[in-house]
Design a protein around this ligand. Structure first.
Ligand SMILES: CC(=O)SCCNC(=O)CCNC(=O)[C@H](O)C(C)(C)COP(=O)(O)OP(=O)(O)OC[C@H]1O[C@@H](n2cnc3c(N)ncnc32)[C@H](O)[C@@H]1OP(=O)(O)O
Length: 405
């Protein structure tokens, strides 16, 4: 079996193979637009081909930016369209493609790779750890009142600004601009390259499905948030709420929760511990479901990845990092001063020993090292090690990602 790049000539083979792997049919030709695969980057698509020339597996990557703690967007490969024909499964095709792809990403100078996993058990073995989390919050409208803020000096009602309802088709560049502003400050968020919006490739509101969009503007009239939603059979469903600050989120939540002729509001993609639950006068009014991991992170170059993110505490930690899939192992001294890290190979005794997938899970601050120590996945070599690591990896803001790819 050979793993080879896809060319323009066999893009249709790629698309056909990935759909067959998922048990689906490609709906329309590539030119149709509005389909997720129209945004594929052809030079980053791989085909696994048998000796008789048959394509049996696919894997691809998008060129995204991932925002790291400290409001630092860096390049990240967004692994996607992974599939193996049902007739060729459990024969090592995926493993061969993953090995090829990780090597190729490194050759391109990339140090981070991310993906959304169709099944939670597939990608840990390849070094991907769950790093951001998401859920659905359902609020019955008759219990949706927001409590008055208790802190002195905080505005008791809507702050200056306005909400206007547009049709998705009337939004022009507004959503793209607001999303881009938001994602640069939100750890864990991915960029949505312009071609995604232009091709309408993705899920609503990128895709042109009919939607209402509540656009929030600041006092100067500049859009700084939106909520894309639909109403069906008494349920208002919000695809995503994008807000450049918390007060804008509150204004948008207040708007959808106040919608007439609606029995309940379902917010998709609410991060764990989101303040909205504390803003409801009735804490039990908000019901969380679909609590799951979202973005998985894979470090391809540990020192580069650790020095790229922002840090919020000071200290030193020795990490012993195993990368069993790539057959690698490294011990690093991580020193953090003034918000920046230095990370160099060392022979010092380790504070923690961990797998690269677990480093991926703590990297953005969405999981604490001590949680993984308690779970038995990370080894703490002395009694202070877990607390030391928790303090060092702690971030100012929880990571969150809602981009689907
Ligand atoms: C980022 C994305 O695109 S996510 C989308 C992933 N694709 C899908 O879900 C489409 C449907 N599924 C498939 O196409 C295939 O079953 C794949 C791609 C998940 C697996 O491909 P295969 O070629 O069968 O995997 P391969 O034979 O290399 O297996 C490697 C290891 O993963 C394990 N594995 C493979 N698939 C799964 C799974 N679905 N769940 C748990 N373990 C799995 C294998 O048992 C094997 O374990 P081992 O190394 O301990 O022996």
């Amino acid at each position: 079996m050979e793993i080879r790049p896809t060319t323009d000539k066999d893009l249709d083979v790629f698309v056909d193979t990935v759909h067959a792997a998922f048990g689906r049919f490609p709906e329309t030709p590539v030119e149709g637009g509005g389909l997720w695969w129209s945004a594929l980057e052809i030079d980053r698509c791989l085909l696994a081909v048998t000796a008789d020339g048959r394509a049996v597996g696919t894997a691809a990557a998008y060129s995204f930016e991932l925002t790291l703690p400290g409001e630092t967007p860096v390049p990240a490969a967004g692994v996607t369209a992974v599939g193996v024909l049902p007739s060729h499964r459990r024969q090592g095709v995926l493993s061969a493609m993953m090995r090829h792809q990780l090597t190729e990403l490194r050759d391109r100078g990339e140090f981070l790779s991310v993906l959304l996993a169709s099944e939670a058990t597939i990608y840990g073995r390849f070094g991907y750890g769950p790093a951001t989390y998401t859920g659905r919050l359902t609020v019955p409208r008759h219990r949706a009142a927001l409590a008055l803020p208790r802190a002195r000096g905080v505005a008791q009602g809507p702050t200056t600004g306005s909400v206007e309802v547009l049709r998705r088709s009337e939004c022009g560049e507004i959503l793209e601009e607001v999303y881009d502003r938001y994602r640069r400050a939100q750890p864990g968020a991915l960029s949505r390259p312009h071609r995604w919006w232009a091709l309408r490739a993705g899920q609503p509101p990128i895709a042109p499905a009919p939607r209402h969009v509540a656009v929030h503007r600041d006092a100067g009239g500049v859009p700084d948030g939106y909520a894309s939603y639909s109403v069906d059979a008494g349920t208002l469903t919000v695809d995503e709420t994008i807000a450049c600050d918390d007060s804008v989120f509150t204004a948008l939540a207040r708007f959808v929760l106040g919608h007439d002729l609606v029995g309940q509001v379902v917010f998709h993609h609410v991060p764990p511990r989101h303040p909205l639950r504390w803003q409801l006068a009735d804490f039990r009014a908000g019901e969380v479901a679909g609590d799951m991991d979202w973005l998985r992170v894979r470090l391809l170059d540990v020192p580069r990845a650790l020095t790229a993110r922002g840090w919020f505490a000071e200290g030193e930690l020795v990490l012993d990092v195993a990368d069993p899939f790539l057959g690698e192992h490294g011990r690093y001294l991580l020193t953090v001063r003034d918000g920046k890290a230095d990370c160099v190979p060392t022979d010092l005794q380790p504070d923690l020993s961990l797998d690269v997938r677990d480093l991926g899970s703590v990297y953005l601050g969405g999981t604490t090292p001590s949680t993984l120590v308690r779970a038995g996945h990370v080894r703490a070599h002395h009694s202070d090690a877990a607390a030391l690591a928790d303090a060092l990896f702690h971030t100012d803001r929880s990571p969150h990602c809602l981009h689907w790819f």
